[in-house]
Design a binder for this molecule. Sequence first.
Ligand code: APR
Length: 297
Amino acid sequence: MMSNHFGPSTDPALFRSVLQSSKRLLALCGAGLSAASGLDTFRGAGGLWKHHSAVALATPQAFERDPGLVWQFYSCRRHKALNVEPNAGHFALAELARRMEGFYCLTQNVDGLHQRANHPASQLKLLHGHLFNIQCFNPSCDYVELNNLEDPFHHSLDSPPSAPATPSPKNTIAARAALINPPTPTIPRESLPHCPQCGIGLLRPGVVWFGEELDQKMLDEVEAWIEQGSIDLMLVIGTTAVVHPAAAYVGRARGKGARIAVINVEGADLGAAGGLGERDFLFEGGAEKILPEILGV
Ligand code: APR
């Protein structure tokens, strides 16, 4: 493949030579990285859960209004994440991290697939938390439980979220629709898991919801890494790069001299990674296929 004279390069060989001469490499990963493993993205075709927008369920307000509904959404995501495998994209990033000390990976994904691909923990920052951490919704309680893999997490959530539908005797359109997409049961607040520490708050998934702050200690660590020196290259992988502050790291890396390399099935609407120039790269296609190829691992 040849470089486009006016736009970003699409040449894997040129990318590999830039990678080989790079000392400090940053990545920002999003839901598209896990798409080939079978997990839905947030925006676009996969962004609906039982007619609810995945983005609208990821707020403290949604949890206050209907914690049972939000828990069922997360219970379903936990169940799915536990039942899929990391793909070649996760493994390629993990291998690159092992080979290259100066590679620092920021991920918006909460599914645990980077970790299951053995990505070195010191080179991986979970910007939006982790589906399998549990914390208390009471703002004055600091209860946290790490890596709880129970599925379902609590008996109130124990109708298996993606259980096979039982056949219905009535073959009406409505009956068939209900089989494909059964109505979500209402779970009363008092049946949901409560915090063992304060006894007041409901337990909630340890992910960052819209309107919530990212972990300050982690942000400070990321900032310290960025400030250590110039950045040679930044990979923007499977993300719409529209959610801040995560998306702003693309601009931060540019400010530190980085060339940007976008890996996405969509070559348009690149969010904060838009406006790619001649020094940059654009690889259109699945991250699971492109990452092993361009990273050469
Ligand atoms: N390979 C590469 N990219 C892909 C693939 C694939 N196989 N499949 C889909 N994509 C791309 C889509 O084109 C899209 O640009 O992945 C991106 C997914 O975008 P979003 O659904 O917006 O996911 P993300 O950018 O991770 O969302 C950011 O928003 O809802 C919040 O907290 C949530 O962390 C999430 C954040």
